[in-house]
Design a protein around this ligand. Structure first.
Ligand code: PA5
Length: 334
């Protein structure tokens, strides 16, 4: 595999399959998680902001239908009052210095929760050592480090909930092959980027694809520096659908993220929603990628849409690496 160029977002994004399998959790960490589970685990609270928050949302969406332990995600400096000492807190911050994450992590420690930290450095790691922390490889952009954070959080949560650890090697290999196929097909990421160039996309997902839609929105915002939104079905059928009317003065492109695992009712909802939008003069895009499992589907779509966001940055002539406004805000708040 080629060297990853940390000054080139495309190089980082292309390394997604490799990054998915590059961090392993130690035997000591696994044993500790098993012990915590046996000690009557109350719940798992994953804390993180922006590029460090999305991986936890994927893990929650993926596992919440099959585990009995509550899994929640917090993106703020406060945590819900029901999070008590029987809970495990997984604080995720790529830099390890994000104010909100540090604050809620501190609060959780005061409440006696079991603290766990995932970071590439920074203050977050200074309070949590050894088997309670996982140190990520440094120098990525946080949002590009998604595969590192996702694989780590997934395996920690799987251990905590008594599930077998997902072997990500096969998925990583599938992603590698897909990337080459996409480049040479009508589905090339730059073709979709062209469709998004002069229009505001709204990525619409359901169930496990809800965080994928949100990730796509955030990647377009941060990498391509342009406006994008995301929403979810069925909820959008009860509010947002009313905004897709013919006389709407905004240039909006609905992008439906379709799953191979939709039940019949969900299929119907998507099809009817798309038809209503078309009848109103919109031209929805439908994105579906053949997959063997929900996790593979989530990761494949994410990989593809990440590449689309970088291609869009190129078309727009903007630098996908810089996040000047995020930095300005963080330093103004110091
Ligand atoms: O992608 C980014 O750079 C941001 O969304 C960051 O992830 C966010 O500001 C939080 O920082 P960190 O990931 O270092 O905790």
């Amino acid at each position: 595999m080629d060297q990853i160029d940390m000054n080139d977002m495309q190089s980082m994004v292309k390394a997604f399959p490799k990054m998915l399998v590059s961090v392993q959790i130690s035997k000591e960490t696994q044993d500790m998680c098993i012990k915590l589970r046996e000690d009557d685990l109350g719940g798992i609270c994953i804390i993180g902001m922006g590029g460090s928050s999305i991986a936890g949302q994927y893990v929650q969406a993926l596992l919440q239908d099959s585990v009995t332990t509550p899994i929640i995600n917090v993106h703020d400096s406060i945590i819900p009052s029901y999070v008590d000492k029987s809970w495990v807190i997984i604080a995720v911050s790529y830099s390890g210095n994000t104010e909100e994450t540090l604050a809620s992590h501190e609060e959780a420690k005061k409440r006696g929760c079991h603290p766990f930290a995932i970071a590439s450095g920074g203050k977050l790691l200074s309070g949590v050592k050894g088997k309670n922390s996982i140190i990520l490889p440094a120098n990525y952009q946080p949002r590009a480090a998604f595969p590192l954070m996702f694989s780590t959080i997934l395996h920690v949560v799987e251990c905590l909930t008594g599930r077998e650890l997902t072997d990500l090697k096969v998925i990583s290999e599938t992603l590698r092959k897909k990337q080459t196929q996409w480049e040479e097909s009508p589905m090339a990421p730059n073709t979709m980027a062209e469709d998004l160039q002069y229009i505001i996309p709204v990525f619409i997902g359901s169930r496990h694809l809800i965080p994928v839609a949100y990730r796509a929105k955030c990647q377009i915002n941060e990498n391509a520096k342009t406006v994008a939104f995301s929403s979810e079905i069925p909820e959008a059928n009860h509010n947002e659908i009313e905004s897709f009317v013919g006389e709407n003065e905004h240039e909006i492109l609905p992008v439906f993220l379709r799953s191979n695992f939709e039940d019949d009712r969900m299929k119907q909802r998507f099809d009817i929603t798309a038809q209503i939008y078309e009848d109103e003069g919109f031209a929805p895009l439908k994105l579906g990628i053949k997959s063997n499992s929900r996790i593979e589907e989530m990761l494949m779509m994410t990989y593809y849409l990440d590449m689309v966001s970088v291609e869009l940055a190129e078309l727009r002539g903007v630098n996908p690496i810089s996040v000047d406004r995020i930095m300005k805000l963080k330093s103004s708040l110091k």
